[in-house]
Design a binder for this molecule. Structure first.
Ligand SMILES: Cc1cc2nc3c(=O)[nH]c(=O)nc-3n(C[C@H](O)[C@H](O)[C@H](O)COP(=O)(O)OP(=O)(O)OC[C@H]3O[C@@H](n4cnc5c(N)ncnc54)[C@H](O)[C@@H]3O)c2cc1C
Length: 575
């Protein structure tokens, strides 16, 4: 059995930042980081637009209180305000620390870190490295881990979280290279496994964003929080769905419908293109529904609108958002200096996740914690985003809460012993599960079942939702679940068997998708990204509370958790 003081699952920004903090605070630590991808291929590397912090380099009127207020208002008042306060207060310090690590932020002429406008933020506070911010940060963090001697298990797929008697003891993992299975025990386990964009058919997310960590936690009896809040980013490139960063609108681009109108004047006159994402995505979806979308041949009534950069000029486009120009050029054949880019909403971010407190400790329910289990980043829900995340707050969450979680684990370590684990039993169960998968005799293919599942969730739990639509969606997912046992794998080998991991990821997707739909069905109101046509108003009297969904063989049980409202009174949300 493998043994480490701490194991972190996930090599994105949250996992790497937590690892760095542990190495700084406990230099002699025996730390492992496991990732199913190479760490620098984690989805964090694709983050484009930037990271928010009130450095006041561009706007000296900014303050952490303003950042906190924008975040809480953006969240439609569902965010936990104690967690938001920490996020905003610690932001300048973590960004300066990144800069000291060597992250190449874009600069003002006087050499200080540049800051741009972003949706829902009332001041220019987003720090950036052109439109490759995630790349710049993740590479620096990862390089630093090498210096501290962290053991990296790259391209190991974690199959199972070991929880016994409300205590996390370790993980079971599978080596993609040769099919080896190992049990790893540790004094503390941390998940930083990222999001689940691949539950939908159109997403900006990486192929690896399949919600495995969420599914493993759920399977271990841990509730998932606020999973119905799925962020649709307004500007996915049509038709690929890849992201055209909000930084493009931050730098001044317009959204235009088939009439040539800047239609955001109807939906958010004071913020226009820089309204929060839920509002902007609904605006685009409404324009398209009402026949003011555009078709590829330029005629009206099509499935996208235009993002128009032309007035910004070539010099600004190429210096501030060069990667977005390149994406549009490479994937849609559009030269954004001279032509508008076709865009429509794309699934982008998971506001919900594994419930944690502000030290990253995982909750076992509305009261109580799972001993030795931590989570941070997109897979966690400390609830700084509530019902809708503001752009550039997620990278920030990863570094602020990655650091806090690393520090909390460092505090706890002296009091924890390596737990006892029945290794033979866990190995036997894992081998049996894998063998059963290889031996399945059906005639269904992974990709067709996955496609049907992704289409179902997209159609039945998209930007606009209704009870009837979601009930049909759930019934279809229950049907598709049966088909999981009829999937046939062609590759029966051990070496680099990608069919096995795809089949396992499909199971994760289905678990997560069912929780999203169930939470959405129970939440009979519209708040942030969750928009119900049958309940169009926010209902604070009944639903100003977090959803906690428990998965079991008997089905999904929905309970609730109070929201922390320590800073601001809920108000009507207008822009
Ligand atoms: C295209 C794009 C652009 C974005 N731009 C911005 C931006 O400009 N600003 C901003 O604030 N946010 C942005 N976001 C959001 C932000 O990038 C993410 O929320 C954040 O990077 C998530 O980091 P993470 O560390 O939580 O997870 P990730 O970076 O997704 O990493 C997850 C890790 O978990 C590992 N893993 C998962 N499952 C398993 C398993 N079963 N076994 C082993 N390992 C596993 C993966 O291999 C990976 O290493 C963007 C997101 C996208 C998709």
């Amino acid at each position: 059995m493998l043994e480490h003081d701490v194991v972190i699952v996930g090599g994105g920004l949250a996992g790497c930042r937590a690892a760095l903090e542990l190495c700084r605070q406990v230099p002699e630590i025996n730390l492992a980081l496991v990732a199913k991808t190479h760490p620098i291929r984690s989805h964090s590397v694709a983050a484009q637009g930037g990271i928010a912090a009130t450095l006041k380099n561009v706007d000296d009127q900014d303050s952490w209180e303003a950042h906190a207020f924008d975040t809480v208002k953006g969240s439609d008042y569902l965010a936990d305000q104690d967690a938001v306060a920490l996020l905003a207060q610690e932001a300048p310090e973590v960004v300066i620390d990144l800069e000291h690590l060597g992250v190449l932020f874009s600069r003002l002429p006087d050499g200080r870190i540049a800051q741009r406008a972003f949706g829902g933020h009332s001041h220019n506070r987003t720090c950036y490295a052109a439109d490759k911010t995630g790349h710049a940060i993740l590479h620096e963090l990862y390089n630093n881990l090498g210096r501290y001697g962290v053991t990296i298990y790259e391209e190991w797929y974690v199959l199972r979280l070991i929880v016994e008697d409300q205590e996390a003891k370790g993980i079971v993992m599978y080596h993609l290279l040769d099919g080896a299975v190992q049990v790893l025990r540790a004094k503390a386990v941390m998940f930083a496994t990222g999001g689940y964009g691949r539950t939908f058919n159109t997403t900006s997310n990486d192929f690896a964003s399949t919600g495995d960590g969420l599914a493993m936690a759920a399977q271990a009896g841990i509730p998932l929080e606020d999973m119905e809040f799925v962020q649709f980013h307004p500007t996915g490139l049509y038709p690929a769905g890849v992201l055209i960063s909000e930084a493009v609108r931050g730098e001044g681009a317009y959204l235009i419908n088939s009439e040539g109108e800047r239609f955001m004047s109807t939906y958010a006159p004071s913020r226009m293109e820089l309204a929060p994402r839920d509002i902007t995505s609904r605006a685009i979806a409404t324009e398209i529904r009402q026949g003011r979308g555009i078709r590829l041949d330029g005629r009206v009534g099509g499935p996208f609108v235009y993002l128009d950069l032309r007035h910004m000029g070539e010099a600004k486009i190429m210096s501030r958002v060069p990667f977005c120009w390149e994406e549009a050029h490479r994937l849609a054949g559009v030269d954004a200096v001279h032509e508008p880019i076709p865009v429509r909403p794309t699934v982008h971010y998971s506001m919900g996740g594994i419930p944690v407190n502000t030290d990253g400790q995982v909750r076992s329910g509305s009261e109580g914690l799972i001993a030795g289990f931590f989570a941070a980043g997109e897979c966690a829900c400390v609830s700084v985003h509530g019902a809708n995340r503001l752009g550039s707050n997620s990278l920030l969450e990863c570094v602020v809460y990655g650091r806090r979680t690393g520090a909390a684990i460092a505090q706890l370590l002296p009091a924890r012993k390596l737990p006892a684990i029945n290794e033979a039993q866990y190995l036997q169960e894992a081998h049996q599960m894998l063998q059963e998968l290889l031996d399945q005799e059906g005639d269904r293919r992974i990709h067709t079942v996955r496609q049907q599942f992704q289409d179902t969730l997209t159609e039945h739990c998209g930007v606009f939702r209704t009870q009837a639509l979601m009930e049909q969606g759930l019934a279809q997912i229950h049907q598709l679940r049966q088909e999981l046992t009829q999937i046939r794998l062609d590759d029966k080998g051990k070496l680099w068997n990608t069919e096995i991991t795809e089949a396992l990821e499909l199971r994760s997707l289905m678990t997560v998708g069912e929780v999203i739909l169930t939470g959405a069905l129970h939440r009979r109101e519209s708040r942030g990204a969750h928009s119900r046509e049958d309940y169009p108003q926010r209902d604070d009297s009944q639903f100003l509370k977090h959803t906690l969904a428990y998965v079991s063989a008997a089905g999904i049980d929905v309970q609730y958790l109070a929201v922390n409202l320590s800073l601001f009174e809920p108000q009507e949300r207008k822009y």
